[in-house]
Design a protein around this ligand. Structure first.
Ligand code: FES
Ligand code: MG
Length: 589
């Protein structure tokens, strides 16, 4: 048995009964075929794996440096079981693990690198389909972006959230309670020792953040887009039903290869509309705006910032999870998970129910029978946690000509229309250096401007916009202030924070021209963000403005600054937009 995978008739780029893509490697004659097959045998595979069966890549963002993803090798084993069961040949391979907690200056700097690596590895190797294993914030969009640009059949399995944090007899949310505890320690309501004890209690199992932060949001987005199996987003990482859905995904990807079901069929404008509305219903992270925009750019789907406002105006928030609400992902899971939310949306006519998913069926069909087991956690659409139109809002005005974002559900109602004096900091560090000074000239009515935190400016657009309030105001009991930044906010964060101001200060956006003492008006109901300074004065300041010096003269950061797009374009690299397909015309030997 030479293990040849059939002849080369038909379109080699497609499955569906035709010669598979992988056959160009494992089915090759002569020296090349021998090279391709022989070295694979050193892993103990018998010749039967080269009989033309679908070869399934399992792209894993496993890493001990990405704690949220450190169990993904076990998830991969479950996927492999499913692939073998369905007659495929699974091969696991590592891709960049962008862990949110440890990477400096910010994991976001590396999302595009992950996407680029995933794209190139999927294309360069003898794969017919791929399962994407993600967890921590950037790993989900990074993998989806890379897979979309190759457009081979692909299904995602997210690693699942941690168990609920438990501290001093109550539930605490990863991320969200870090901000809360920091403020409580600063205000003297919690001891430093209690803070240390809380660390181990907040993150007490494998998995990603169990608040409705960016990781949980993006897991839900992957499911809402139709890229992972129904119910996958919410199973806790250590719940063995997570392994069961992973195994199912392994079986399913083999069928997807047979059916030639590709990301471009699933990730349509209709799917993105579903994801955007679902994000409003779950009270999801503002980061989803950037990641969905970038993903849409890979597929040529026409999506713009205003879609994130207009599409959600009639969608209430019905999932009561921190940071906007009370519960955590474990509760969301046991209440029925995302299918319940999408069924509610569908029944209200707010879902494009025909959108195709990895199941091969329409999303409406997938969720039709979803049962809610706890209406406190997932409320009926008619009795929402937050009324329609209180999710993310897109702001326009002379301070953000290309838009800015505010998450109303994380903000204070009393600040939704607010005018105040600008207090300007050129970097987050400049603010941190003085924010605890008792003689800082600041009042609760001031508007804190934190600039230099955009895609090019930091670089990497970090999650620094929700800076803690000045210590002296915290001690006075002040709990919120308007903050404005060209950076992002953690999905677990909260506060009246205007984010993603575009263009950013580092490229000379109007944010760069604000000076301490200027008046700024935030009008969320009117969707306006206004700097009350005359056009003539702004022109004068613009003429004087000098771009901040950058240190990089090479390396990845240099590449990043050269090519990164602004927030309203998803912070992708310009040269990575679009799909480049799976074809590799040349051989390697
Ligand atoms: Fe990884 Fe929150 S830090 S998901
Ligand atoms: Mg985050």
């Amino acid at each position: 048995n030479t293990g040849n995978a059939g002849n080369a008739a038909g379109d080699p780029q497609h499955g569906g009964g035709r010669t598979r893509r992988s056959a160009h490697w494992f089915g090759a004659e002569g020296r090349s075929g021998m090279l391709y097959r022989s070295w694979m045998r050193n892993q103990g595979f018998g010749p039967e794996v080269f009989d033309g069966r679908p070869v399934i890549g399992i792209a894993t963002t496993w890493s001990e440096l990405a704690p949220c993803n450190s169990h993904l090798h076990r998830v991969a084993e479950a996927v492999k079981r499913g692939v073998w069961q369905a007659g495929g040949f699974p091969l696991e391979f590592p891709v960049l693990a962008t862990g949110e907690t440890l990477m400096r200056p910010t994991a976001m700097l590396y999302r595009n690198l992950l996407a680029m690596e995933a794209e190139e590895l999927i294309r360069a190797n003898p794969l017919d389909g791929v399962v994407l294993l993600s967890g921590c914030d950037k790993t989900t969009p990074g993998l989806l972006m890379g897979a979309a640009s190759v457009d081979l059949p692909a299904a995602m399995v997210t690693g699942g959230p941690m168990l609920n944090g438990k501290f001093q007899g109550r539930d605490v949310g990863s991320g969200t309670h870090v901000w809360k505890f920091e403020a409580e320690i600063k205000a003297g309501r919690m001891t430093v020792e209690e803070g240390y004890a809380a660390e181990g209690c907040m993150a007490r199992s494998n998995g990603h953040c169990m608040t409705m932060g960016t990781a949980s949001t993006m897991a839900c987005m992957a499911e809402a887009l139709g890229m992972q199996l129904p119910g996958s987003a919410t199973w806790p990482a250590v719940d063995m039903r997570r392994m069961e859905v992973a195994q199912q995904a392994g079986r399913r990807i083999v069928d997807m290869v047979e059916q030639d079901l590709r990301p471009s069929t699933i990730l349509t404008r209709a799917a993105f509309e579903n994801a955007i509305r679902t994000n409003a219903a779950i009270g999801g992270s503002t980061n989803a705006i950037i990641h969905l925009t970038a993903l849409a750019g890979r597929l040529g789907v026409d999506l713009n910032l205003d879609d994130f406002d207009t599409l959600v105006r009639d969608v209430p928030t019905i999932v009561d999870l921190m940071p906007s609400g009370r519960f955590l992902m474990e509760d969301f899971c046991y209440a029925g998970g995302l299918p319940v939310v999408m069924r509610e949306l569908d029944e209200a006519g707010l879902l494009n129910s025909d959108a195709v998913t990895v199941t091969g069926r329409a999303i409406g069909e997938n969720v039709a029978d979803a049962v809610c087991w706890n209406t406190e956690v997932i409320r009926p659409l008619a009795e929402p946690l937050l009324p329609s139109g209180t999710g993310t809002a897109i702001l326009r005005g002379n301070l953000c000509p290309n838009g800015a974002v505010i998450k109303q559900s994380a903000a204070s109602p009393s600040l939704m229309h607010h005018e105040g004096r600008a207090l300007v900091f050129d970097s987050p560090e400049a603010y941190h250096a003085v924010c605890d000074d008792d003689d800082l000239d600041v009042t609760p009515d001031d508007v804190l401007v934190i600039r230099g935190a955009g895609p090019k400016g930091y670089p990497g657009m970090p999650e620094v916009a929700n800076v803690p309030l000045p210590a002296k105001l915290l001690r006075d009991g002040v709990s919120d202030m308007v903050r404005i930044s060209d950076g992002r906010m953690s999905g677990t964060g909260f506060g009246t924070v205007v984010l993603h101001v575009s263009p950013e200060a580092a490229v000379g956006g109007p944010l760069a021209l604000v000076r301490t003492g200027d008046r700024i008006e935030l009008d969320v109901p009117g969707r306006r963000l206004t700097l009350h300074v005359s056009d003539e004065e702004l022109d004068r300041r613009r003429a004087e403005w000098q771009a901040p010096a950058t240190q990089e003269d090479g390396g990845y950061r240099w590449l990043y600054r050269q090519h990164v797009l602004q927030a309203d374009d998803g912070v992708d690299f310009g040269f990575l937009r679009g799909s480049r397909g799976s074809e590799v015309p040349r051989d390697s030997h």
